[in-house]
Design a protein around this ligand. Structure first.
Ligand SMILES: Nc1ncnc2c1ncn2[C@@H]1O[C@H](COP(=O)(O)OP(=O)(O)OP(=O)(O)O)[C@@H](O)[C@H]1O
Ligand SMILES: [Mg+2]
Length: 242
C-alpha cells in the first residue's frame, strides 16, 4: 500500500448473495483527498460504499485502511477507526431530537460530556440551522436540514474519512451550495478525506479532486476531475452535452 493512501481497495468482488454487483474493483483515496464516484442508477455505487463501511462483506478482495486490512471488520469497528458514513436515504431517527441523533454518531466514543459538548458545538458551527433546531424532532426537519443532521452525525464519530452517499439528492440548489462549501472546509481545515457519491455529476466534478466512473459494477475510468470534465464519454453520458 502506498504511504499516502488512507483507503485502498484491491480486486474486490461483491454483491448480494448470488447476485454479483461489483467486479474487480481497484480504488484508493489519499489523505486529504476528495474523491467522487460517478455512475448511473444501479451501477453499484451504494454497494461499493456499503462494502467500505462494513454493512456488506465482499466475496473476495481486500480493503485496507491506514495500512491495515479491515476487509472482515464489523461496521462499528470501522467507525471506531475513523470511517464515518452518511447513508443514502439518511436513516435518521425521526422520533428523536436533532441533538440525540447527533449524539448517536458518538455512541462508541468513551469521552466525557464536556468533549461531546464541544463536538456538538463544532457541528452546530458548521451547520448553523441545526443549533436552533437542536430540540426539534429530526422528522420535522426539511430535507436540507436532515442532510446536515446526517453529515453531522457522521462527524460526531470523529472520522478521518467521511463518506457521503447522494450528497445533493432532493435538495434545493442553495442548500447544496452550503453543504458543498462545508465539505470543502472540512477537508481544508480539518484534513478529513471525503468520498462522495453524487448523482449531479457537475457538482461531483466541481467538488472532488479525483473521480471514479462505475458502469455495471466495474470501474471503467478514473482520473482527476479536471480531466474527467473534458472527457468526451463523460460529457455525453453524464453531463448531457450533445
Ligand atoms: N439488497 C439488495 N439485494 C439484491 N440486489 C440489490 C440490493 N441492493 C441493490 N441491489 C442491486 O445491486 C445493483 C447496484 O445497486 P446500488 O444500490 O449499489 O446502485 P447505485 O449505483 O447506488 O444506484 P442509485 O444511483 O440508484 O443509488 C442494482 O442492480 C440493484 O438492484
Ligand atoms: Mg445508490
Amino acid at each position: 500500500m502506498k504511504d499516502n493512501n488512507l483507503l485502498q481497495i484491491v480486486n474486490l468482488n461483491a454483491g448480494y448473495g448470488a447476485i454479483q454487483v461489483l467486479w474487480n474493483i481497484e480504488f484508493e483515496i489519499k489523505h486529504r483527498e476528495i474523491v467522487c464516484i460517478i455512475g448511473a442508477n444501479g451501477a453499484g455505487k451504494s454497494t461499493l460504499l456499503k462494502n467500505i463501511v462494513g454493512i456488506l462483506s465482499p466475496y473476495n478482495g481486500q480493503i485496507l485502511y491506514e495500512n491495515e486490512e479491515i476487509t472482515r471488520f464489523s461496521s462499528p469497528e470501522r467507525i471506531k477507526k475513523g470511517i464515518g458514513f452518511a447513508p443514502e436515504g439518511r436513516h435518521l431517527f425521526f422520533g428523536l431530537t436533532v441533538e440525540d441523533n447527533l449524539l448517536m454518531g458518538a455512541f462508541q466514543r468513551k469521552v466525557d460530556k464536556k468533549i461531546l459538548r464541544e463536538d456538538l458545538d463544532f457541528v452546530y458551527n458548521l451547520f448553523k440551522p441545526l443549533r436552533g433546531y437542536r430540540n426539534k424532532l429530526a422528522g420535522n426537519l426539511s430535507g436540507g436540514e436532515q442532510q446536515m443532521c446526517t453529515i453531522g452525525r457522521a462527524l460526531m464519530s470523529k472520522p478521518k474519512l467521511l463518506i457521503i452517499d447522494e450528497l445533493s439528492l432532493g435538495l434545493a440548489p442553495v442548500i447544496v451550495d452550503d453543504i458543498v462549501d462545508t465539505i470543502i472546509k472540512l477537508r481544508n481545515e480539518q484534513g478529513i478525506s471525503i468520498l462522495i457519491v453524487e448523482q449531479d455529476v457537475q457538482v461531483a466534478l466541481d467538488i472532488a479532486d479525483r473521480g471514479y466512473v462505475l458502469e455495471n459494477g466495474s470501474v471503467v475510468m478514473q482520473d482527476s476531475t479536471d480531466k474527467l470534465a473534458k472527457n468526451k464519454h463523460i460529457k455525453t453520458a453524464y453531463l448531457g452535452v450533445i
